[in-house]
Design a protein around this ligand. Structure first.
Ligand code: MRU
Length: 346
């Protein structure tokens, strides 16, 4: 997508350096974070400089290339295996991270050039698949639709286009009149900060709503459909996504709002039989207790927004059982999220 008239990918690699849009500074500042080493790429994933399943995957693939490039001749294999584990330990839930690391690791067994080619290929596939998800998802969107989304599953969460927002961008391209309700998505506010920033840039009409306002708007008949992304899809069609997704799905069922998940096949994990097998990341309580934003001078600062001395719990994801999901929009088409349909994709 374009930012100030210039085309950007969310993450890319040139030589041994990984470049990524720093998502911790958006929407207040647009800056590129430069990761010269594998360690720096790992820090970027862990601290959410880059985030969202698809972008995490692409970055992790590039980080694996950096691991190969940094490995000393003496003890090459030990170094590569140890560093692979360090990349895998950055964030546990997004399946794309493991998918990408495995693919580049396997490719690198033949040669480092092979690992580089594989990582770049994966980043390109990430874009093609997202665009296809956009085209399939667009078929569900009627002119005049009001759509709710949670978190950020737009182009910032992928290399380009996104998953949940890709159908929105294709619908907009086709001149459909649409309006997006964006859940703010506490505690990191990916909706209020990132999705709103993306949609504003693309001139898609939208409003940020408090996380607890979804039921109100659904009960008022304002929402025609809900589309969210996914961090991991289990073999039975259960979906792990940003915390708060589950309650939206339950409410959507109550009010008869079709609830869709958009995700490429690289997000499916056939080794997780059900959502119960998915590891849910628990993040630090600081993200709940504090908020960040620019002060009067424009400097980004952190302020306490909770009772001093109180602790907090911060699960980053929840699992939505397949029974609440009307369809999963993939690059191969839209499937019903039950076991046999998921199996047919592979
Ligand atoms: O913690 P994050 O910001 O990496 O979580 C992102 C989400 O949960 C997205 O909804 C998900 O990755 C969908 S695809 C970008």
């Amino acid at each position: 997508m374009k930012v100030n008239g210039k085309y950007y990918r969310t993450v890319w690699m040139e030589g041994s350096t990984v470049f990524m849009i720093d998502q911790t500074l958006l929407p207040f500042e647009f800056k590129i974070f430069v990761a010269k080493t594998c360690k720096e790429s790992c820090i970027a994933i862990k601290t959410m400089i880059t985030r969202g399943a698809g972008a995490i995957g692409a970055t992790a693939g590039f980080a694996m290339v950096q691991a190969y490039l940094e490995a000393p001749q003496n003890g090459f294999e030990t170094f590569v295996l140890k560093t692979k584990k360090e990349i895998e330990d950055t964030r546990p839930t997004a399946q794309n991270l493991f998918y990408a690391v495995d693919r580049v690791f396997e490719a690198g067994k033949h040669s480092i050039e092979n690992a580089i080619t594989e990582a770049q290929l994966m980043a390109n596939e990430n874009i093609t698949e997202a665009r296809l998800i956009g085209e399939y998802g667009n078929e569900l969107i009627e002119d005049g639709f009001q759509i709710e989304t949670h978190c950020n599953a737009g182009w910032l969460g992928f290399v380009d286009w996104g998953s949940a927002l890709a159908p929105v961008y294709v619908a907009k391209e086709q001149g459909k009149n649409i309006f997006i309700y964006i859940d703010e998505t506490r505690p990191r506010s990916q909706g209020a900060r990132l999705t709103a920033w993306e949609l504003k840039n693309e001139n898609v009409p939208h409003a940020i709503i408090p996380d607890n306002a979804g039921a109100y708007y659904m009960s008022q008949g304002k929402i025609d459909m809900m589309i969210v992304g996914a961090d991991r899809v289990a073999a039975n069609g259960d979906v792990a996504n940003k915390i708060g997704t589950l309650e939206k799905a339950i409410i959507a069922k109550e009010y008869g709002v079709p609830f869709y998940v958009a995700a490429p096949l690289s997000t499916f994990d056939m080794n997780s039989r059900t959502g119960n097998d998915i590891d849910i990341e628990q993040r630090e309580d600081r993200e709940v207790l504090y908020q960040t934003g620019p002060d009067d001078t424009g400097e980004i600062r952190e302020i306490l927004v909770s009772n001093p001395g109180s602790g907090a719990l911060n699960p980053a994801f929840d699992v939505t059982p397949a029974k609440y999901i009307k369809g999963i929009i993939t690059e191969k088409g839209i499937i019903e999220p039950d076991k046999s349909k998921v199996k047919m994709l592979f």
